[in-house]
Design a protein around this ligand. Structure first.
Ligand SMILES: [Zn+2]
Length: 211
């Protein structure tokens, strides 16, 4: 009897060991680790020689104009258009001067497709010629300003909490085709985290209800 017990015990142990191993192999095969996002860093420089056609680069049907006077060739602005129009969840925009209608259109279109758009800009630029702030507000986009004699001088955007656009570029026609400007586009988590934090800090700081 004792020998039989030993054999039975050994059998159980073997069976349990085998089953455990099989479960582990199946687990390893089917439990995929979330893939790390591919690192992306790009730098774009302005001025562009021509203004890119916003419809051509961002609308499903492309440009419907027969005699479009804007560029259909990829350039710095077209890359910015595409990056902004790819937003699916959120766009946190912190830009000193905003007079470019094409870029504002992309914010409005994002807002209309359900993206949470928040804008921070400088109080002294709100009523500047061509300012898009009141247009954005009239479309229901939340815009906050610094209300200070100092400048809210940032020029950065965080898209979907994971892509940063940052540099010297104000959202003006002069910055597109006139000035020497740079923009860094990056999905570096370390960078994005700091800019997200700063945006949230300013968003709370400029909350009109807190003043
Ligand atoms: Zn066009």
């Amino acid at each position: 009897m004792k020998v039989l017990d030993v054999i039975r015990y050994a059998g159980y142990t073997f069976a349990v060991g085998t089953v455990t191993e099989v479960i582990y192999i199946i687990y390893k095969r089917f439990s995929k680790k979330p893939k790390a996002k591919k690192a992306m860093t790009e730098v774009i420089f302005f001025p562009d020689s021509k203004v890119a056609c916003v419809d051509y680069f961002t609308k499903t049907n492309g440009c419907m104009s027969r005699d479009c006077r804007f560029s259909h060739k990829e350039n710095s602005l077209s890359k910015l258009f595409v990056t902004l129009s790819n937003s699916t969840r959120s766009m946190d925009v912190c830009v000193f001067v905003m007079t470019c209608t094409d870029l504002s259109d992309l914010l409005i279109r994002a807002h209309q497709r359900g993206v949470r758009v928040r804008v921070i800009t400088d109080c002294e630029q709100v009523d500047a010629t061509g300012s898009q702030v009141w247009r954005l507000r009239s479309e229901g986009i939340a815009v906050r300003t610094d209300e200070s004699s100092f400048f809210m001088h940032h020029k950065f955007v965080v898209i979907d909490g994971e892509t940063l656009i940052n540099g010297s570029f104000n959202w003006t026609r002069q910055a597109i085709t006139g000035n020497q400007e740079n923009l860094l586009i990056s999905n570096s988590p370390a960078l994005v985290k700091e800019y997200r934090k700063q945006f949230e800090h300013l968003w709370s700081l400029y909350d009109p209800r807190s003043t």
